[in-house]
Design a binder for this molecule. Sequence first.
Ligand SMILES: Cc1cc2nc3c(=O)[nH]c(=O)nc-3n(C[C@H](O)[C@H](O)[C@H](O)COP(=O)(O)OP(=O)(O)OC[C@H]3O[C@@H](n4cnc5c(N)ncnc54)[C@H](O)[C@@H]3O)c2cc1C
Length: 400
Amino acid sequence: MATDRYVIVGAGLAGAKAAEALREQGFAGEIVLVGKETHLPYERPPLSKDFLAGKAEQDSFTVHPASWYDDNRIDLRRGVSVTAIDRPAHQVELSDGTRIGYTKLLLATGATPRTLPNADPAAVRYLRTVEDSARIRHALTDGARIVVIGAGWIGLEVTAAARQAGASVTVLEYAELPLLRVLGPELGTVFASLHAEHDVDLRFNARIDAIGADGVRLADGTLIEADAVVVGIGAAPDTALADAAGLDVDNGVLVDAALRTSDPDIFAAGDIANALHPTLGRRIRVEHWANALNQPATAATAMLGGDAHYDELPYFYTDQYDLGMEYVGYADVDDYDRVIYRGNVDAREFIAFWLKDNKVLAGMNVNVWDVVDPIKALIRSGRAVDPNRLADPDVPLDEV
Ligand SMILES: Cc1cc2nc3c(=O)[nH]c(=O)nc-3n(C[C@H](O)[C@H](O)[C@H](O)COP(=O)(O)OP(=O)(O)OC[C@H]3O[C@@H](n4cnc5c(N)ncnc54)[C@H](O)[C@@H]3O)c2cc1C
């Protein structure tokens, strides 16, 4: 190859940000960005919030306008998939039959919703793309009967949007509380109360037998009639290409802190990357917007031969009814030993901290703003804190 060519597989947020970072960091060679979807790269959080509620247009969450790709000499190929990676030849194969040589390759293929067995595909809706969101929005009408399966982030956000559209909602959750695996029981209870107060019919320990045109049949024989069934039971990293190419894969593509895979010329970022995290001292795969936004700059530096490692703490946000929250850090549900609150939990204006041995692992601010930086500092310090001072709103967080 006469000039270097960097190929990016997957034109979502991580793919688009990687193209941007390569140019910003001075890469003058060719950049090819290949995306299965026909749209310009876009952000997904509005798909379960403002876009779903009919309050935002797609333009407002498109990563870059079309002209940006021309201005920056990004060869964006839309509506085309990469079907194989030929590592010895340093080439990728595309669904349109072409082969493209690469000097360096970045995998940013994201994740795909997990599907339910025993569900008639015509009777269920999953939420990942702008088309999925538009289709669900269509169903969220006044008086419609919506069943949401899975009380995770996406399920609960769809629930809030449906209630706000005047639909009645039944949520079926396998576990005994919402968000149990991500937040633990203490904060799971907060989200259960929030939705119960908005007249959502929450059913926990639900076992589903089958889903058909008439609704959802539970294992105990109950039929819950539905005009639409939305399934939000998590997503699986899209690792098919990496698997077939023989890269190391285990719950995502395994990468080091520089986001380099087991092949030194192939990198991964965003939802598919299971990356070594220097501060957390473990591998972590994060399906968060902020991760897809920020990891690509590190990958770009490493692809260009620079010294880089990704050390941002995981950060996530949600909006449901009048509850807005940000979560930063990482508290494995099997790992923390207590939760400390600062503020008024009943009024849903508080910060929750997950602690182990009095060290802060993670924090969540609910309807309290501009505190993410001091929470991050508490986590990064790795020092034990006085829980009484942590709980006391009169003690500034940076003095805890
Ligand atoms: C409905 C919804 C709401 C969300 N809300 C929040 C939120 O409130 N807060 C938050 O932090 N995070 C949220 N997220 C998560 C966040 O959107 C993801 O973490 C982020 O989109 C990941 O970006 P990505 O670029 O890694 O992957 P993706 O956005 O999935 O992009 C990957 C792209 O690669 C394409 N692709 C896959 N395979 C191939 C191939 N072989 N060839 C070519 N192209 C391919 C896919 O079609 C896709 O377009 C939400 C996600 C969803 C679905």
